[in-house]
Ligand binder design. Sequence first.
Ligand SMILES: Cc1ncc(COP(=O)(O)O)c(C=O)c1O
Length: 385
Amino acid sequence: MKYNFDNLPSRFNINSLKWDVKNNELPMWVADMDFEVAPKIKEALLERVNKGTFGYSICGDEFYDSFINFMELRHNIKYKKEDIIMSTGAVPAISSMVRKLTTPAEKVVLMTPVYNIFFNSIFNNGRYIYESPLIYNRDNQEYSIDFKDLEDKLSDNQTTLLILCNPHNPVGKIWSKEELLKIIELARKYNVTIISDELHCDIVRPGLKYNPILSLAKEDDNVIAIMSASKCFNLAGLQAAYVVCPNKNLNWKVKRGLNTDEVAEGNAFYNDAFVAAFNSIDWLDEVNAYIELNKRYAYEFLSKIPGVKVIKGDATYLLWVDIKDITNDSLKFTTFLREKTGLYITEGIEYGNTGEGFVRINLATSLSNVIDGMNRFKMGIKLFK
Ligand SMILES: Cc1ncc(COP(=O)(O)O)c(C=O)c1O
């Protein structure tokens, strides 16, 4: 490997959300990577810092062009610059769109368990969280969509929005073309807008590719994709995202919403960092290979622990683990685990009621941390029983 992912930069004393922990603790929770970013990103940022001036920034053409080229090269989809709106992050954009595209008390559908902050974007804006639980087959640890239930929820005349996670955090599923086409068709039939959060699309298992929803939707469908270099290139702290919406009327509405909510401008660093990221394909390929080794290690290790079942996700660096045979109180377990072993992971209940009895573990760290984490996990289970 050209890059050394075994050596991690220290994240202590840099106000890291993830690493604000006690000395003996090992955080494997929030979705960011512990790896140093691609060298081109660091160089671009150093060059920017050396200019010594940090006034207001605008979005450069390269910010769009590098992303458009990357998407064409890697995902065979050609986005148009005029369809893309910059935002200060996926969550600010989603919250803004919830406010702009729905009215208070209307229903927003989530396919649960799902990324916890989607719930906040709906609830905090006075809308109704309408859960369509995924089907979980415990025998083969596979998730699938309950299309009958989804249609019931989308056909409700109070439902106006569906927030989709593609690939899906936390279960790691890449939705197939057939599944996405069915979702689009249902949304079209019941006049529901789709926001597809595609932030995790470039961390996938070998040989797999995610399916961009906009490669399947028609231009006038009410479908919006959110993308960023944040998750896959470890730039979440730079707070920038792309909102892609080919439907002209909807695009205009979303643009107005993001502007009035003041979430369409970024800091002095995101332009340079994102351009460098989309030109660091070799780093992305290697980080994927490294995460795959971590996943294999964790799958194998955890599968040997009685009562633990691992969901073999297609994508993301997050591992979704079924601990139902040990407990149905995931918060009690993760709190105990942190107290007794220092391992800090996320309780499944964070992702909705259907996440109860599961935990989520972030594997975007060195293999030695993964080995350490797995041993702490095993010890925690032994003590908890
Ligand atoms: C699916 C998904 N969407 C959005 C975010 C957060 O995005 P942002 O930091 O751009 O608001 C996360 C972070 O974990 C995520 O997993």
